[in-house]
Design a protein around this ligand. Sequence first.
Ligand code: CA
Length: 231
Amino acid sequence: MAGSILVVEDEPAIQELVSFACSSAGYEVRRADSVGTAREAIDRELPDLVILDWMLPDRPGIELLRALRTDQRTRGLSIILLTAKSAEGDRVAGLDAGADDYVVKPFSPRELVSRVRAVFRRRAPQFSGEALSYGPLTIDPARHEVLVEGRPVKMGLAEFRLLSYLVGHPERVFSRGQLLDSVWGDHVFIEERTVDVHVLRLRRALAPVGAQALVQTVRGLGYRLAAPGGQ
Ligand code: CA
């Protein structure tokens, strides 16, 4: 699956250009035209990445950037700052405030999309829209396909998303709560044991190709994708 992007831009033509470029690249796009409306959109549903204009009508975008970086819920958001400010001092201020990247207007939509992809590749590879592989596993989000040593594996959508997330962050241990927030979305209220049900289904799906041990239980902590060949 490709990630969701919140485009925060007050100039309609640029908002349209950025939104069109991102949705053409397969990302799900939502839009806001001020810091206030962006805040509401983020409160409602956490996007996977924010493209944030600096000069907005109510407050500077960089204030929102700083606020997002201090809040536990939004601290890990991928954020690309978009602005006409090209002075070195502004770029430094933007990056120091926690932007993952900085794109100066006027920009080419193709370059912006490739920067979006680069940020996803670095921070949340499961949303990059590109194939991910780890050990014997290959996941192709565009074709919604999982291969183990070249053999296709069938699984449900929740299992596919869960596996994509784990493959995007191999060998890291995630609690059930973290997996719920990251895979199901942090505004979805479902019980933590739902994660156990989907892990079980995922292992069952991987069993016919002998890959069920890749999804490891870490007692008392949660789950992780095991190192290939390791136990
Ligand atoms: Ca603006």
